[in-house]
Design a protein around this ligand. Sequence first.
Ligand code: UD1
Ligand code: MG
Length: 377
Amino acid sequence: METIILAAGKGTRMKSKLPKVLHKVCGKPMLQHVIDAAKAAGSSREVVVIGNGAELVEQTISNVEFVLQAEQLGTGHAVLCTKEKFANAEGTVLVLCGDTPLFTGELLKKFVDKHLETKAAATVLTAEMPDATGYGRIIREDDGSFKKIVEHKDANSYERQINEVNAGIYCFDIKKLFGALTKVKNENAQGEYYLPDVLTILKSENEKINAFVTDDYTQTLGINSRVQLAEADKILRQRKNLELMNNGVTLIDPATTFIDSEVEIGQDTIIYPNTYIEGKTKIGENCVIGPSSRLQNMIVGNNVQAQFCYCHEAEICDDVIMGPYVQIRPNSKIGKKVKIGNFVEVKNSTVGEGSKLPHLQYIGDTDMGAGCNLGYC
Ligand code: UD1
Ligand code: MG
């Protein structure tokens, strides 16, 4: 299975200089969440359509193919830009939006299986949204089958009351998709070529179209504004915290513990409140981290204690005790059984096994051996 991901849009509603799809949710660009879910669902190739901030997106995201949509004329036009990449392709293509980072690979897999099972020409994922404002609404025939999708801006007051929405996740027969795309028109409120119109076109050609409802609307939330970004971040962080707790990590207060999605933490480690564990940080077993600590891209061994610490891009070996009020700066390696007390900063240095930096020290660009004990004079 191959995947097209739409990520060229301006993201006007974000009011940001950064392309929308690079805004981070749970510490990872939203586009990367979408790519990771596609790969987890079995996608073998991801073609990402970029435009707004294309260069930055290309620099940030790897292991995908890019296609440029120089002018953003709508989601249908964006998919059409990938036509050459699929010149001789047959079978199924998954189409996703780069601004819906909450779905799991599991949900996608289930959705694709449903599409293949029903042998439809196209399947769209839908959800019942408590607040459907801004989304495309699903209009069904009297018998419940799919009729069409109406964008919020084009919808009349009756249609706006419908809360079943287009999640922006589709499966298509590749050939039928590109065949119908050339027939999409831009006669609508936004003057854009809408991808959802492909479904209506295929239906009018007597093709089978399915709309498959998910029971978890939180997985389909789209991010168009900073408010939605904060909502999505909260949901993903709760999911990450649950996963860690289910794997044997104690979080004293999950509500004040902020752990990025790629972080790994070993069994029986305890995280105290007001703690931020970010980036690709790895923490071993039996550690006590926090309260009030921030760890960014750190490697931490087993049995480490760190309270009131800020540690970034560095390594802490087993059995280290640190804090309060310690900063470990990039390229430092704190050896086994080291003790670092209050008001100590270590920068670009190694501290040998069992050494002690009890208080009020600055260690910079230093290679310190084992068993030292530095006093304050
Ligand atoms: C879109 C759907 C809407 C659905 C919602 C789900 C259309 C017309 N509408 O609306 O039915 O409910 O997603 O979240 O498809 N993009 C491009 N090129 C463009 C325009 C957009 O690549 O020319 C990309 C954007 O970067 C974004 C995605 O397509 O990642 C969706 O575009 P967006 O403008 O956010 O559409 P919505 O208004 O959210
Ligand atoms: Mg959107």
